[in-house]
Design a protein around this ligand. Sequence first.
Ligand code: GDS
Length: 208
Amino acid sequence: MTGFTITYFAVRGRCGAMRIMLSDQGQEWKEVVVTFDEWMKGDLKKTCVFGQLPKFEDNGLILYQSNAILRHLGRKLGANGETEREASLVDMVAEGVEEIRTKYLKMIYQEYETGKDAYIKDLPNHFCKFEAILVKNQSGFLVGNSISYADYSLFEVLLNHQVLSPTCLDSFPSLKKFVEMMSARPKIKTFLQSDAYKKLPINGNGKQ
Ligand code: GDS
């Protein structure tokens, strides 16, 4: 019996990948939803190590930073590469995903009106790197023969980008196949069709 709790705002945001991962791994977790008004009071913020959410609890262990949480789950649930070498490669590609995510969030929160078109135009320069990684790996995953936390992270970033620009994967057959493969995993399919997933906006400012 695990005791996972996610404390976060009512958005997918920085928790999208971890929720997909937990679902696919057959895990249950509790959600503590923080409203904007509650957050603005400042009491919770003061208790957060970096003054931000998500907060993740695992049987008394409290973690912040979404990628540290993904890594923790990767190690705990066996989704972190099958060897130490693979674990290092998983970290490497996950950092590459983080670069896209950071650029995406900057555009969404700071430059949506002025920067969206240029951002979409530049996407192939980032996606081609992941296409090249996937072309080289017959398993369909980013590293080795088993799913890792980096796969969940890339998958979620790509889902968000398909909302931003529905044709953005058209020139990337391996990325498209990757999204199809991940979407078809039974527990992911069920989760993506659930109200718990569908009711949440992608981002906190309503832009997507
Ligand atoms: N590195 C951390 C992680 O990965 O966990 C980032 C966590 C984070 O950004 N948390 C946000 C938060 O707690 C919610 S995600 N905000 C409240 C606060 O700071 O008081 N973050 C940069 C990033 O994720 O790399 C962002 O861009 C977040 N944006 C994404 S929401 C402002 C607005 O609407 O512009 N009110 C909030 C902007 C904001 O927090």
